[in-house]
Design a protein around this ligand. Sequence first.
Ligand SMILES: [Zn+2]
Length: 492
Amino acid sequence: MTKITFEAFRICSHALLVAVIFFTCKSENEPTREGYIPDQIQPYADTFIAEAKKRGVTVSLDNLIVEFEEGIELNGQQNLTGLCRNSTSLNTPVIILDTTLGWWQSGELAREEVIFHELGHCILGRPHEDRLLENDNYASIMRTSSPLLYAKLPGTVSSVFKVHRREYYLDELFLKTDTEPCWAQTTPTANLNIISEFESQQSPNVKMLQEASGTMWISSSWQLSYSIDGSAPTVIDATSGFETDYNTRIGLDHNGELWALNTDYRLPYNTIWKHDGNLHFDEIYRSDSMPLTNDQIRAFAFTSEGDFWYSTWASDLVFQSANTSSNLIFNSENSNLPDALISHILPMQDGRTIFGTANQLLVDTGNYNFELLDQGESQMGLIVEMVGDTRGNIWVSDQLHLARINSENQFSSSRLLPYGLNYMRINDLFVDRSNQLWIGSSTGLRRWTDGSLSAYCDFSLGESKNVIEAFFIDQQKRFWLQSGTLIIAQPN
Ligand SMILES: [Zn+2]
């Protein structure tokens, strides 16, 4: 008498639930068969072996048979996703998968999580494990039944980012680790202390900067606020000299003083303001003194005191001098600019200015010759942010890639995660005083060091607060994190 264990793993496509049943029966006299893994499954088998090896575990899939079958039924359950059958007489584990169901179309990670569960039974000999974490999530992908634990759920919106949980679940799968992961806790990790948290700052488009005097400024689409020494942000109103607080963008000049551009669509002009150091603003420019009256400004950056670049929705690029009130207008007809909207402008200390269109990068070395940067094979998507460091590096990101332009204008790019678009989104970049690059992302605050990304738990605020929209480190080395609320934290 030999024993065969049947096990099934099911995703009900509309309810997004994984139902699993456990069942045993007996069988005799089945012939021994050789292992076979179809091409579509081989990458997951290879990843399984590699992830095991990374954790010091040796596994062999040599005898494994993987087969496809539609409409798998077992013990009254229909349309099962997969089935792992371990036969001692066959001496061969067999996994049967129905790849016509929704899970197979739900992305690389969903396929991996389902296949790894079955491999957990067949190759690692693991039974079901239904222990819970502090936040009541299952502690193991070997749970009997639940939604997918680290893959994006089929049909859910892209804001559901769970890939950072994968490292923990694979540790648990191969090593049966029982350490609570940081994302199962509501508190920040030990190396971040929250000093204060404010409701006042409204998204979207939050930008933070600090004047040389120490005053922090926080702008968003709806308001401009300041904070002195970490106090609750105060919204700037009409008493500051501002006519409107709608859609104000801010920048620093080379003296570290604040300038503001206001593009309120309700007003027939744009205005440029300068902070006088005492929470009052002086109007420096009004757009009807510029030739481009009423054009809404897209990107905006100061080069030195009062001089600034801006781009318009009409695809013009303007260099405006405060001291002479003169301006230079560039477009595809009078320069080598492409006929495209310029979305980002970054003036560097060394005199270069970098311009970003939707997915092109241009460099002006100071003579208004806008050279297109060769991005090689790693073409960027829509540019999210550009920042410079004091070594002459320019960091540029789209939602998935991080690229560097060095002081010689050479471009190189790294894909941040080996997964698809819906798993991590870059929202902000920041370079600190020691030229360390920080990434505010949909899956937490990350530091980029020597080509690798810090772990989710290294700077975690706790799962509910780890969608970072904007990030800044102030002169006191405090972290300012926009994550729905504005959080000031002190790293340990
Ligand atoms: Zn199972």
